[in-house]
Design a binder for this molecule. Structure first.
Ligand code: NAG
Ligand code: NAG
Ligand code: NAG
Ligand code: NAG
Ligand code: NAG
Ligand code: NAG
Ligand code: NAG
Length: 216
């Protein structure tokens, strides 16, 4: 009897967790809107007024400059803000854009650490953040972006090692980390990037040597 009761209790607790966890994981376009507003709130300079008036709650996020949504889910699919001279740091809330496929912030003045939360975006195919002022290490969790095909991190102030986990990016076609402050050995795992078509690691402080590719 006690056994039965404890089983029932366990079942109810599990059910409670299931429902509660489901609710907190449910994201919709409202989540995307608050993620983008959080992103906007950390932009300290927008000299050409690209977002300051345009990103307003009086219009749908899908009509905001640089934002596109996918038709099937009605969620944010791409965020493309090239050449806008935007300055500030990148909000970790971008990690809530769970349907994001393209994140392109090329050629702005974003600085500080790149938020590791972005590495939760399991649908991300393009991450383009070159020509900015990011500093600190490249997060090891970058290796979690299993759909990533294009990775451009160059022309920043990233320092430290290129993480071994980069070798997990099985679909990666382009890898560009040139003109930064990376150092240490180039990880062996890079030879596991069997989809790679283009690689540029130039103008860093790497040491050691790259082993010749293993013939397949
Ligand atoms: C999104 O979900 C929240 C609850 O999680 C709800 O309050 C809100 O109305 C939803 N928004 C849309 C557009 O469905
Ligand atoms: C915001 O910019 C987009 C793209 O430039 C434009 O289509 C849209 O009409 C603008 N929205 C507002 C409210 O200005
Ligand atoms: C950004 O500027 C570069 C260089 O001028 C140009 O090639 C590129 O097309 C521009 N991107 C956009 C989205 O306008
Ligand atoms: C960056 O954008 C500026 C315009 O805002 C443009 O003149 C410059 O060529 C761009 N540089 C790169 C590397 O795209
Ligand atoms: C979005 O992300 C931030 C930081 O990663 C978090 O604090 C916030 O609660 C998240 N959820 C929603 C629904 O905005
Ligand atoms: C990188 O850091 C150095 C030293 O702190 C600084 O002088 C330089 O302007 C930075 N470059 C970029 C692109 O942020
Ligand atoms: C490459 O991947 C194989 C499995 O797919 C793994 O056994 C091996 O350790 C990896 N090599 C490197 C250098 O990470």
């Amino acid at each position: 009897m006690v056994n039965l009761l404890s089983r029932l209790l366990f079942f109810l607790l599990s059910l409670h967790c299931f429902v509660a966890c489901l609710a907190t994981n449910t994201k919709n376009i409202t989540t995307d809107q608050s993620a983008l507003l959080a992103f906007k709130s950390l932009i300290t300079s927008d000299p050409y007024d690209m977002l300051s008036n345009n990103w307003s709650t009086s219009s749908s996020v899908c009509n905001w400059a640089g934002v596109t949504c996918d038709e099937r889910h009605g969620r944010v699919h791409s965020l493309i803000l090239q050449n806008m001279s935007l300055r500030g740091t990148v909000s970790p809330n971008l990690g809530n854009l769970s349907f994001l496929v393209i994140l392109d912030l090329k050629n702005n003045s974003f600085g500080g650490q790149f938020p590791t939360e972005v590495c939760r975006l399991r649908r991300l195919k393009v991450l383009h953040i070159s020509y900015n002022e990011f500093e600190g290490g490249i997060p090891a969790s970058l290796g979690d972006l299993s759909q990533l095909q294009y990775l451009y991190l160059g022309a920043n102030n990233f320092s430290g090692f290129l993480p071994r986990s980069i070798g997990n990016l099985r679909r990666l076609k382009h890898l560009h980390t040139a003109q930064s402050r990376l150092s240490g050995p180039i990880p062996q795992t890079i030879s596991n990037l069997s989809s790679l078509e283009y690689i540029d690691l130039s103008s860093n402080y790497f040491s050691g040597f790259i082993s010749p590719p293993v013939p397949h």
